[in-house]
Design a protein around this ligand. Structure first.
Ligand SMILES: Cc1ncc(COP(=O)(O)O)c(C=O)c1O
Length: 384
């Protein structure tokens, strides 16, 4: 722990409870990006250099597949979770009246694309209640109709930390497959925070990023698409490198893998940093990291339970809960004001969320019990 913290500059500069917003990279990641960028720019067109840089993306796809339960061919490298969500949202030929099911705990990244599709194609957005304690499968069943074409919800909610458990996700996946409905998980808050196995989750598509719980470079992400659906998850934007073959007479074939969703010249040094970040997390052990997060959340729960006026809004027990720990503030305490005051007055970085009295501490393995106590004391003091 001491070694890991020593390598994360942001962990010493402030009380960093904002990994769910943006994760702080450790020095080996920062150094690797710097080194790869310098190497590339010794002469980017030089074949010796270009060939070495060209290994970064295939290696990263294979690594992400191995670590998060996908085949290499099912992994596309993106720049954010939002990019993956948009690729999936635009992958159907939407007709007026077609329906998508989302939830009431989504990030704007999993809302705005649906608003845009509603306004362009007349699709209908239905919403399930994924507040803490509701039944996922019943909620979805209640919104399915013969016009439902997609269900798109968060694996881990940014607003209440609720985690779609792997077993219930698999059950939902089987239900949706039997109805011919596509199932997408927004996994921005998943990998590096909770156990994440794409195949075991039973979803068709999974969008995630490198720049939150995996502590990678900002502007890195991945989209997993089940191999058997590659031709059905259609491309709405494409370009050079999406293709396997082409001519100038109108013929082309797409890459046979999810790399077809990528195109153009890309920030290879950042993707190298993403790979280094996952490797760094694996050196510590993802299971150990997830366990430590849960034990820190236990500590936070006890501390909040012992503090007058504060409550816990996020799920109280694993595997429904995550490192996204959400407190309920006393009446009259404004979460946005609190966020500003904690940052400016106490050097604590945390976050307001959608519910005005909910307040989020993103608790990663590098946080300490003392930091959690200090944050909860500061919140209690500021909320009277
Ligand atoms: C659940 C969820 N989805 C999507 C996003 C957007 O992530 P990105 O910046 O990688 O697009 C976030 C960011 O906080 C999030 O919490």
């Amino acid at each position: 722990m001491a070694r890991a913290r020593a390598e994360i500059p942001a962990s010493t500069g402030s009380l960093y409870f904002q990994t769910g917003g943006i994760g702080p990279s450790p020095e080996p990641v920062i150094d690797h990006v710097r080194e790869r960028l310098a190497f590339q720019n010794e002469s980017p067109a030089e074949p010796r250099i270009a060939t070495e840089m060209a290994r970064i993306e295939p290696d990263l796809r294979a690594q992400l597949g191995r670590v998060f339960g996908a085949e290499t061919e099912e992994v596309a490298l993106t720049h954010s979770t939002s990019e993956g969500i948009s690729i999936v949202a635009w992958s159907l030929n939407w007709q007026p009246g077609d329906e998508v099911v989302i939830s009431n705990t989504e990030h704007p990244a999993n809302v705005i694309p649906w608003y845009v599709l509603r306004d362009r194609f007349g699709i209908v957005i239905r919403e399930i209640d994924l507040s803490t304690g509701t039944g996922l499968i019943d909620e979805v069943r209640g919104q399915l109709s013969d016009r439902t074409r997609m269900v798109s919800i968060s694996h881990v909610s940014r607003n209440n930390g609720r985690t779609v458990r792997t077993d219930e996700s698999a059950e939902l996946g089987a239900l949706l497959r039997s109805r011919g409905v596509r199932y997408h998980l927004d996994g921005a808050q998943g990998p590096g925070c909770v156990p994440t196995d794409f195949r075991a989750l039973g979803c068709d598509c999974y969008s995630t990023c490198g720049h939150k719980w995996l502590l990678g470079p900002k502007g890195t992400g991945a989209l997993f698409v089940r191999r058997e659906l590659l031709d059905d998850v259609r491309l709405s934007w494409a370009g050079s490198h999406s293709h396997a073959t082409m001519d100038y007479e109108g013929a082309y074939t797409l890459l046979p893998s999810a790399a077809r969703y990528e195109f153009g010249t890309r920030a290879l040094a950042d993707f190298a940093g993403f790979a280094r970040a996952v490797e760094w997390m694996e050196e510590i052990g993802l299971a150990r990291i997830e366990e430590r997060i849960q034990s820190l959340v236990d500590h936070a729960t006890e501390a909040v339970d012992g503090t007058d006026g504060l409550g816990v809004s996020s799920p109280r027990t694993p595997p429904d809960r995550s490192g996204v720990f959400v407190l309920q503030l006393p009446e009259g305490c404004d979460a946005t004001e609190l966020y500003n005051d904690l940052r400016d007055g106490d050097g604590i970085l945390a976050s307001p969320v959608r519910q005005p009295r909910d307040f989020r501490l993103s608790i990663h393995f590098f946080n300490t019990r003392d930091e959690i106590d200090a944050a909860i004391d500061a919140i209690a003091a500021r909320c009277g």
